[in-house]
Design a protein around this ligand. Sequence first.
Ligand SMILES: NC(=O)c1ccc[n+]([C@@H]2O[C@H](COP(=O)([O-])OP(=O)(O)OC[C@H]3O[C@@H](n4cnc5c(N)ncnc54)[C@H](OP(=O)(O)O)[C@@H]3O)[C@@H](O)[C@H]2O)c1
Length: 369
Amino acid sequence: MPNWMLYGATGFTGMLLAEEAVRRGHRPVLAGRSKAKLEPLARRLGLDYDTFALDDVYTPTGAVAGFDLVLHAAGPFTHTSAPMLHACLANGAHYLDITGEIPVYQQVFSHDAQARDKGIALIPGVGFDVVPTDCMALYVAQQVLNATTLDTVIDAIGGGGVSAGTSKSLLEILAAVGNVARRNGELVPIDLGGGARPFRSQGGTHTAVPIPWGDVETAYRTTGIPNITSYMVLKLPPAVQPLLPALGYVGQNLAKSALFRRLAGYWIDSAMRGSTPDAQEHERAYVYARASDGKGKAAEAWLETPEAYKFTALSAIRAVEKTLAQQPIGALTPALAFGADFVCEIEGTRRYDAQPRQTKRASRVGHSL
Ligand SMILES: NC(=O)c1ccc[n+]([C@@H]2O[C@H](COP(=O)([O-])OP(=O)(O)OC[C@H]3O[C@@H](n4cnc5c(N)ncnc54)[C@H](OP(=O)(O)O)[C@@H]3O)[C@@H](O)[C@H]2O)c1
């Protein structure tokens, strides 16, 4: 039985990961900084646990010794990734995480040479951010020689709610890099709430706005396409749409204040509970990707997945299994590690080609970008 650790197991998403791991017959050691939270979870799932903090780069090094792999789920990762990354490199353990934070992707990818020296894989973003769009980016890029532009669109906001960790991580992204797209190979700032475009998705035509999704870093590493914009579908009342640029301006500037992030963090902890079991069971998420060469050649594809948190649990545990089975080496995106079709292995996920004929289901998520 492979010997791996799930750190951050007591978080909303960490618990989903732990449950999915057990469902698939794994016995990871659960880890986190709070014994009071870990102990009952480990008892309920019949697993061992270890309590240690990530306050410095030394503590986790000893705790990770002897493990083949760590799946890291404690975020915001801006505050937690470096010590765990260091511990994995020091111990020759594969490092996987579920981050969506651009600076964390950059930091992990910068350790490619050390990972190769150690013969281990560093694979950030094995959850909904960024497996679906990363695999879709590679899928469409492989169909367009020398593609120059990639657009990805996520339609994933259901009624189920988001977790505290997701909300705080979004604030950290906005504080660290703001809203960004990739232009001519470089990350460039774009106004939050600006650049809205119509997108035909579930239930009609909605507004899609550029967001700082992991793709601007990860899909660039995966495909080398120099111009990348990631969009999120917002199903807003028409009266709110003209206010988006102003709301984005305020939101982006507030996120830069450490005091605001701290105060917002208290409110987020009390109010953001994550998606409901009902939403995880019944809601669906949709992804679209299009690569083009600017000279008339383009490829596009659609994807339908389980609800984003459920998808994260399914894809992260599948990524653990594939890493242990295939032993990839280096700092890799999910698509580079496991291929464009990895996303199609995730239960309840289906990819659709736009042409020549769409299935009835795919036609419901048509685009108009
Ligand atoms: N890639 C994706 O699609 C995806 C999907 C879901 C979540 N995520 C990310 O995963 C992270 C966790 O999300 P969540 O929903 O589980 O949030 P959550 O319910 O707020 O849980 C956060 C977890 O991280 C731990 N933690 C936070 N700061 C820590 C630190 N400095 N040292 C040690 N542990 C720390 C918490 O421990 P305590 O309980 O002791 O505070 C808790 O276990 C977030 O960054 C979120 O953005 C990504």
